[in-house]
Design a protein around this ligand. Structure first.
Ligand code: 21W
Length: 247
């Protein structure tokens, strides 16, 4: 997948996507990225990229022309069609389902705003969709773009090792929270490793992990699952857990 990012701080995104799974995906050519800075396309001595809002009010608004030129340069760099996304507090909240949809596309063009935002006429003319990463206030769209890059990169074929992707498919695939994890030492002042994980009984281990995920999801994020929609096996695991709690 190719991801072009239009931002006043292109290096920021580049660094956020330089390490770990995303960095490796780029090294493997699974993901190519390019930054485009509207300031490089701004006219005049001061190379303005923003100006005051009509109608008054605080802050500044990003100008149409530098963004339009940066978007045009990005489009020209690769003939393929691109999904153009404006990272915005007014956008639809990003979900893993949306990430899966984006990860399957050949090309994304992410536009990051700063200041109070972007002239609406540019958005109406150029943007396919607006995405937010959550209901909290950031200083600009770059962190949100880096989140999209990370989430999309790890879903590229070959980005995760077999072990990692197997885990990814099992739970994240159906929206449950992850189970607890343990590693050496078996015994520590902070406590013991649950016996089942030391048993070597892989069926029991898988059951325990699924049960932990179900219970955690119900306790911490009941909004994520509808108990009625759970399968018989999952409902049995929950009943067993509740019986054990009750005892
Ligand atoms: O560019 C982003 N934020 C910069 C930013 C933050 C606040 C304001 C000011 N808005 C005034 C207002 N708000 C409500 C009514 N009036 C403008 C721009 C951003 C991109 S994706 C994302 N996802 C989650 N949160 C985010 O902030 C973002």
């Amino acid at each position: 997948i190719r991801i072009d990012v239009v931002s006043l701080f292109p290096d920021f995104i580049d660094q956020a996507a330089a390490v770990g799974v995303v960095g490796r995906a780029r090294e493997r050519g699974l993901l190519t990225m390019q930054g485009w800075n509207p300031r490089d396309y701004a006219e005049g001595n001061y190379r303005r990229v923003d100006d005051r809002p009509f109608g008054g009010g605080p802050g500044m608004v990003m100008l149409i022309e530098p963004l339009r030129a940066a978007l045009a340069a990005a489009r020209a760099a690769d003939p393929g069609p691109a999904r153009v996304i404006y990272m915005s507090p007014q956008g639809r909240p990003l979900t893993q389902a949306k990430v899966r949809e984006l990860a399957a596309l050949p090309r994304l063009l992410l536009l990051c705003g700063r200041y109070e935002g972007v002239d609406e006429r540019l958005l109406e003319a150029e943007i396919d969709e607006e995405l937010s990463i959550g209901d909290y206030v950031l200083s600009g769209g770059e962190l949100a773009a880096a989140v999209v890059v990370d989430a999309v990169a790890r879903l590229q074929d070959g980005a995760l090792g077999d072990a990692e992707s197997a885990v990814q498919d099992s739970f994240e695939g159906d929206g449950l929270l992850d189970c607890p994890h343990y590693t050496r030492p078996v015994t520590h002042a902070l406590g013991q490793v649950p016996d089942v994980l030391l048993s070597g009984n892989h069926a029991e281990i898988a059951k325990w992990r699924r049960q932990q995920s179900l219970v955690r999801t119900l306790e911490r994020r009941p909004d994520l699952i509808d108990e009625a929609a759970l399968g018989k096996a999952d409902r049995r695991l929950l009943a067993a857990w509740r019986a054990a709690q009750g005892a």
